[in-house]
Design a protein around this ligand. Structure first.
Ligand SMILES: NC(=O)c1ccc[n+]([C@@H]2O[C@H](COP(=O)([O-])OP(=O)(O)OC[C@H]3O[C@@H](n4cnc5c(N)ncnc54)[C@H](OP(=O)(O)O)[C@@H]3O)[C@@H](O)[C@H]2O)c1
Length: 392
């Protein structure tokens, strides 16, 4: 029987690639799709994949979709998105939303005990402890889609003697290593980053992704978010998760073992590989992706992160160590700052400055419930908007 799949954020970069994988497989059946406002694309996707239920968070877009598409049901608003998840009867939910808006659907899917293929790293950054506790309580599996975490998931699985992923035998795996391409501004000094434009920041050298994550890659905040994601997914303390810059994006992740061996996961940068892994897990399927030709590549290089020029990684490490609401505040301030940078309201270096000031002003409080996270997110956005004005 086919696996019933619900794709949230199907009109985005990850969502569209997931549908490409679905169209190559008899094993996957799409039972629902969602977007924020891109209703025309969403309706087209629903028609192409024979889907009868969709959700649009933007209410006006949902109304237009309902007018244009009479063959199925259109749910509307944030509540509609939750309803889509809860009533889906899905075996697997792919959360490919961008930003902390992904937390609600993550909680809904895991709360229902539905396995979750997670591209939306922000869910784990914002609510890591509560999200992983919820998954454990309901028995739902969290399968990473991020290429680095997919690599680590596969490497750790190879080191496990039974047991589930997320309980890597710490005695065997000593350290996790996340690779970073370094983004379009690798090698530049802080001074040289002062005048960079959104167009330059959006021109990523190795990955073709949505706008927000592309800017996060340029600031290296993406690696900071991934550090927090890795900590929660694999239960590793922060001091045992390293980041190394690897401009070719061929090695996606490494695990350092207790006997001096280091295992690497390699492949050409193509998100369809980790997406297909997550959608078909624990099976593997063929993909039209070329096998790695190392002789053709010639050489792979690695370097340390320049944390002075790219201070977002250090900010993420600090927020991660502070714990509580600090990672949630970091994420919210980053979303506000990236949005302002893309809109031409904030210089590139202003992104780190806004995050720093927001964290400084709000500090960290204990997290008692998802509501305390939603409140911290709201407050941080408010403070960050003021900081954007100060740094414009
Ligand atoms: N792209 C990659 O290669 C890549 C790689 C690794 C990890 N990721 C992670 O995967 C996630 C998705 O990234 P992406 O690059 O695919 O993003 P994207 O291209 O911007 O797509 C985002 C999707 O989410 C929907 N959406 C946006 N805001 C929403 C909101 N507030 N409520 C509900 N739906 C909303 C969008 O709908 P509309 O079309 O209507 O705007 C779209 O379908 C991010 O967390 C990112 O960090 C991405």
């Amino acid at each position: 029987m086919a696996k019933r799949l619900l794709i949230l954020g199907s009109t985005g970069s990850i969502g569209a690639q997931a549908l490409d994988i679905v169209s190559r497989s008899e094993e996957l059946e799409v039972v629902g799709l969602s977007a924020e406002r891109s209703w025309e694309t969403l309706v087209e996707q629903a028609r192409a994949h024979g889907v009868s239920r969709i959700a649009l968070v933007e209410v006006g877009a949902a109304a237009r979709a309902a007018e244009a598409w009479v063959d199925g049901e259109v749910l509307s608003g944030a509540d509609g998105l939750v309803q889509l998840v809860v009533d889906s009867g899905a075996d697997l939910v792919l959360n490919a939303l961008v930003g902390s808006a992904g937390l609600g659907p993550t909680v809904s899917a895991l709360g229902e005990g539905i396995d979750l293929a997670l591209a939306n790293k922000e869910s784990l950054v914002v609510g890591g402890e509560l999200v992983t506790a919820l998954a454990e309580a309901t028995g739902a599996r969290l399968i990473p889609v991020d290429s680095e975490h997919s690599a680590l998931h596969q490497l750790i699985a190879g080191e496990e003697a039974g047991g589930g992923i997320g309980v890597a035998r710490v005695g065997t795996v000593e350290r996790l290593v996340l690779t970073a391409s370094g983004g379009p501004f690798r090698g530049r000094s802080r001074e040289e980053l002062r005048e960079v434009t959104p167009e330059q920041a959006l021109a990523h050298p190795t990955w073709n992704m949505g706008g927000k994550i592309t800017i996060d890659s340029a600031t290296l905040m993406n690696k900071g978010l991934e550090l927090i994601e890795a900590h929660h997914l694999f239960g590793f303390p922060y001091e045992r998760v390293d980041v190394v810059v690897h401009p070719q994006s061929i090695v996606h992740g490494l695990v350092v073992l207790c006997d001096g061996a280091t295992l690497a996961h390699m492949g050409y940068p193509d998100m369809r590989v980790p997406i297909a892994y997550a959608l078909h897990y624990p099976e593997r399927v063929e993909l039209p992706v070329p096998a790695l030709d190392l002789a053709e590549l010639g050489s792979l290089t690695f370097e340390r992160v320049d944390e002075e020029a790219f201070s977002c990684l250090a900010l993420a490490r600090a927020a991660a160590s502070a714990g509580g609401t600090a990672p949630c505040i970091l994420n919210a301030a980053n979303e506000v700052a990236v949005h302002a940078f893309l809109a031409g309201r904030l210089p590139f270096l202003g992104i780190a400055a806004v995050i720093d000031e927001t964290l400084e002003q709000l500090g960290s409080s204990p997290v008692h419930s998802f509501d305390s996270l939603y409140e911290a997110d709201r407050e941080a956005r408010h403070v960050a908007e003021d900081a954007v004005l100060a740094h414009a």
